[in-house]
Design a protein around this ligand. Structure first.
Ligand SMILES: *[C@@H]1O[C@H](CO)[C@@H](O)[C@H](O)[C@H]1NC(C)=O
Ligand SMILES: *[C@@H]1O[C@H](CO)[C@@H](O)[C@H](O)[C@H]1NC(C)=O
Ligand SMILES: *[C@@H]1O[C@H](CO)[C@@H](O)[C@H](O)[C@H]1NC(C)=O
Length: 201
C-alpha cells in the first residue's frame, strides 16, 4: 500500500506540474499510458530465456571495439570493450523460437578475475513483450554460477521496471567460440488498469 501511495503522490505531482503546459506535444496515447500506470497495480513477474552468444566465426554477434595498452598481456583481458547484438531465444537451441536481441556493451573491468561490467538492453521483438526493452547493468563474474545483474529500468511494458537477472553459462563450444547463456529475470511490471478514456493531462 505504501508503494502504491508513493506512486499516487508522484502521479499527482506530475498532474500539477503538467498544468500550464497546454501545448505539450506528448500524444494522447502516451498520456493514457501514464494514467494506466497511475491506476495500475505493480506485479512481480519471472522471465526465462536463452542468449546465443556468438563470440567467433563468420556470423559472430560479439565484436571488440576497444582495448587498453595492458589488455593483450592481461590474464583477465582488462580494458577490452566489446559490443554485442545476440539473439534471444525461448529454448537453448539457437534455432528455437526467437524472442529478440540482447544489445549492448561489455567491458572487461576487473584486474584480478574475469568479470565484465555489463550495459545491456534486452529488446523483445516477439512474444508477450514484443516492442518492450529491459535495461540491465551490473558486474558479471563470468566463471561463476548464478551471476546477479540489476534490472534498472525498461520501456513499453517494462516502464518503471526494477528487479534483477540471474545469468548462467548453459554451454560453451570452444571450437566455434559459441556460448549459450541462460537468463532468469525477476522484474516488476504495471498491470494495465483497463483505462481507455481520453487523458485530461
Ligand atoms: C552464417 O550465416 C549464414 C546466413 O544465415 C548461414 O548460411 C551460415 O550457415 C552461418 N554460418 C555459421 C557457421 O553458422
Ligand atoms: C536444434 O534444433 C535443430 C532443428 O530442430 C536440430 O536439428 C538440432 O539437432 C538441435 N540442436 C541441438 C543441440 O539440440
Ligand atoms: C511485433 O510487433 C510488431 C509491431 O507491432 C509487429 O509488426 C510484429 O509482427 C510483431 N512480431 C511478432 C513476432 O509478433
Amino acid at each position: 500500500m505504501e508503494k502504491l501511495g508513493t506512486v499516487f503522490i508522484l502521479c499527482l505531482l506530475v498532474v500539477v506540474m503538467s498544468m500550464g503546459h497546454a501545448n505539450s506535444q506528448e500524444s494522447n496515447a502516451e498520456k493514457i499510458w501514464f494514467k494506466n500506470i497511475c491506476r495500475g497495480k505493480e506485479n512481480l513477474i519471472k522471465l526465462h530465456f536463452y542468449v546465443q552468444d556468438a563470440l567467433g566465426g563468420p556470423n559472430a554477434t560479439v565484436w571488440q571495439v576497444a582495448e587498453a595498452a595492458v589488455t593483450a598481456n592481461s590474464l583477465t583481458s582488462f580494458g577490452q570493450v566489446r559490443v554485442l547484438d545476440d539473439l534471444i531465444t525461448v529454448g537453448r537451441n539457437r534455432s528455437s523460437e526467437a524472442l529478440g536481441r540482447a544489445q549492448g556493451l561489455i567491458t572487461s573491468a576487473d584486474l584480478s578475475e574475469s568479470a565484465l561490467a555489463m550495459n545491456m538492453n534486452f529488446y523483445f521483438s516477439a512474444g508477450k513483450y514484443n516492442g518492450s526493452t529491459l535495461c540491465i547493468l551490473g558486474r558479471n563474474p563470468i566463471n561463476e554460477n548464478d551471476r546477479e545483474l540489476s534490472v534498472v529500468g525498461g520501456t513499453g511494458d517494462f516502464r518503471m521496471a526494477r528487479g534483477y537477472a540471474i545469468s548462467n553459462t548453459y554451454s560453451y563450444d570452444p571450437v566455434a567460440n559459441y556460448d549459450v547463456l541462460e537468463y532468469t529475470v525477476y522484474v516488476t511490471v504495471y498491470e494495465k488498469s483497463g483505462y481507455t478514456g481520453v487523458a485530461m493531462i
